[in-house]
Design a protein around this ligand. Structure first.
Ligand SMILES: *[C@@H]1O[C@H](CO)[C@@H](O)[C@H](O)[C@H]1NC(C)=O
Ligand SMILES: *[C@@H]1O[C@H](CO)[C@@H](O)[C@H](O)[C@H]1NC(C)=O
Ligand SMILES: *[C@@H]1O[C@H](CO)[C@@H](O)[C@H](O)[C@H]1NC(C)=O
Length: 509
């Protein structure tokens, strides 16, 4: 069993430390990233309090560029343990070649650029490493379960309830990761939260250079002002309660629907359907629905999930909702799982000022993959202008659609989702300063035990997403790109802000 044990090298050498886990058949994952960590550690910080003012009428861009934040930024940058994140949904540049990569290396072996955010999400522990005390410290944020992997087996300690089957499908995803890369997932010990909002406030942890590192806590989304580590959400393996199929299958169905109606023959409106009762901005969105006297070019529908459950999901088939030229994405309580389904629609995604990011959305860029929409009371006018612009510039609109489709088709396959999990937990494990052991209360979870006693869609989705675990000759993970340099982060931030500002100029009457 010696092969299963990751070598525990500390701090800056974390990534290199576990490269001994590579199976002989796969090329070594880049190990020379330490220099880049150092370079990026001096990057200027941008901690935006956007999520705290989710209901405020402040446009996203002013928060990004607000000059009075500068003192806070410099103070945080000095502490050296801050996460340097550009605004939510910031773009990522083309992946830099891995250090030492030969010119002849095929580009397809490099992971998508958004994987670089793995380094940013783990930055608070890059220098100190992660102690058992730090992990246990997450208890104060009420994690719902603990994932411990020892020698390729998954042990779960339950601390609380998750909504519906979020926890089961998240753990199912981890089990599939272990099957996909047998012998290559290091021993792990991590805390998981399954709520909608990130909870580890950066302000509580990064104020002084002497502050102990924050407790690492995994969840489904993050924000500028929190330190929660973004992990793929349960819906990639399916959401049985809402009849939302596993991602790969649903994406195929959405594609079929797309092929049936080309863009020009779609309804020339911005469409949204969802639960309007969560999140202040969703109530603002309702005001944009066409009424007797005003037409904002938006068609807004409330989804009554209770009725859908009772009536067999007749009105909620996501594959049949790609019939408009524009689709609105708006956050709910936190980020919304609807994002990937909207981007897959071959419609122009109109994204209302996001405050949160999931693991992939920081790879999306305004005007390149989506059209940015203001939040608050300026929203309706912003939507109206977006639709008018798209109808007047159909080539450009379709180019944005093409870029979003490409992202969804090439960079958000299940292969890449597993690779993201793989690299994230591997980098995390490289920072652990202790050898994970199975907690007393933990229960082993296996691919056999998990579906036991489950029926219907729950069981079916697990069966449908079981990966081939034969092991030998399996797939190789893509190669993790290096961290951002401070210049790259700055360029991203500027490019993002410029695009949003540009759109705001166009919105001026
Ligand atoms: C889109 O579909 C309509 C009606 O089916 C057709 O007239 C039009 O030529 C199609 N446009 C493109 C670009 O394929
Ligand atoms: C928006 O307007 C349409 C058409 O008038 C209507 O069918 C729909 O129910 C409205 N949406 C909401 C959320 O009221
Ligand atoms: C689409 O993506 C390509 C390649 O990343 C880029 O050059 C182009 O500008 C993008 N299109 C738009 C409308 O941004």
């Amino acid at each position: 069993m010696e092969d299963w044990r990751p070598r525990r090298r500390r701090s800056l050498l974390g990534a290199r430390g576990s490269s001994s886990l590579q199976a002989a058949s796969c090329p070594a994952v880049n190990g020379g990233v330490a220099i880049f960590f150092l370079a990026a550690a001096v990057a200027g910080a941008l901690v935006c309090a956007s999520w705290m003012s989710a209901g405020a009428m402040v446009p996203w861009i002013t928060m990004v560029a607000s000059p009075e934040r500068t003192p806070i930024l410099s103070r945080l940058a000095v502490s050296g343990t801050v996460t340097n994140r550009p605004p939510a949904a910031a773009p990522a540049p083309a992946p830099a070649p891995a250090p030492g990569a030969s010119a002849g290396e095929t580009p397809s072996s490099s992971c998508p650029a958004y994987f670089r955010w793995i380094h940013e999400d783990l930055r608070p522990w890059r220098v100190t490493g992660i102690t058992r005390e730090a992990v246990d410290g997450a208890h104060r944020y009420g994690p719902k379960f603990r994932v411990t992997v020892v020698a390729g087996r998954l042990y779960v300690t339950r601390y609380g309830r998750c909504f519906q089957t979020r926890d089961a499908f998240t753990q199912w995803g981890v089990l599939q990761l272990l099957r996909r890369y047998p012998g290559r997932v290091p021993d792990l010990d991590l805390m998981f939260d399954c709520q909608d909002l990130p909870v580890v406030s950066a302000g509580n942890h990064l104020g002084r250079a002497s502050s102990p590192p924050p407790p690492p806590l995994f969840g489904y989304c993050g924000s500028e002002s929190t330190l929660d580590i973004a992990f793929p959400d349960w819906s990639f393996w399916g959401w049985p309660e809402l009849n939302i199929k596993p991602w790969e299958a649903l994406r195929g169905e959405i594609d079929e629907g797309n092929a049936a109606v080309n863009w020009t023959s779609r309804a020339p409106y911005a469409y949204w359907k969802g639960n309007p009762t969560v999140g202040a901005d969703r109530r603002n969105l309702l005001r944009c629905n066409a009424s007797g006297d005003r037409d904002w070019n938006a068609r807004i529908y409330a989804q009554d999930w209770k009725k859908e459950v009772q009536q067999g999901f007749r009105e909620s088939d996501l594959a049949k909702q790609c019939t408009h030229r524009y689709k609105i994405y708006i956050e709910g309580r936190g980020w919304s799982v609807s994002e990937k389904y909207i981007l897959a629609c071959d419609s122009v995604a109109l994204m209302v000022r996001p405050s949160y990011h999931d693991f992939f959305s920081r790879g999306l860029m305004p005007l390149q993959h989506y059209w940015p929409i203001r939040g608050g009371r300026a929203m309706c006018r912003s939507i109206k202008v977006a639709v008018e612009w798209g109808d007047a510039h159909t080539d450009k609109a379709q180019e944005i659609i093409g870029n979003a489709s490409k992202f969804i088709r090439d960079e958000l396959t299940m292969d890449r989702v597993y690779d993201y999990m793989f690299h994230l937990v591997r980098e995390y494990a490289g920072l652990l300063k202790y050898t994970p052991t199975v907690p007393d209360r933990a229960v082993e979870v296996t691919v056999e035990s998990m579906p036991r006693g489950r029926q219907g869609r729950e069981r079916q989705f697990m069966v449908d997403t079981t990966v081939d675990g034969s092991g030998s000759g399996g797939p190789c993970p893509c190669e993790l790109p290096p961290p951002f340099s401070s210049e790259e982060l700055e360029t991203l931030r500027t490019r993002n802000a410029d695009a949003v500002r540009q759109v705001e100029m166009w919105e001026k009457p």
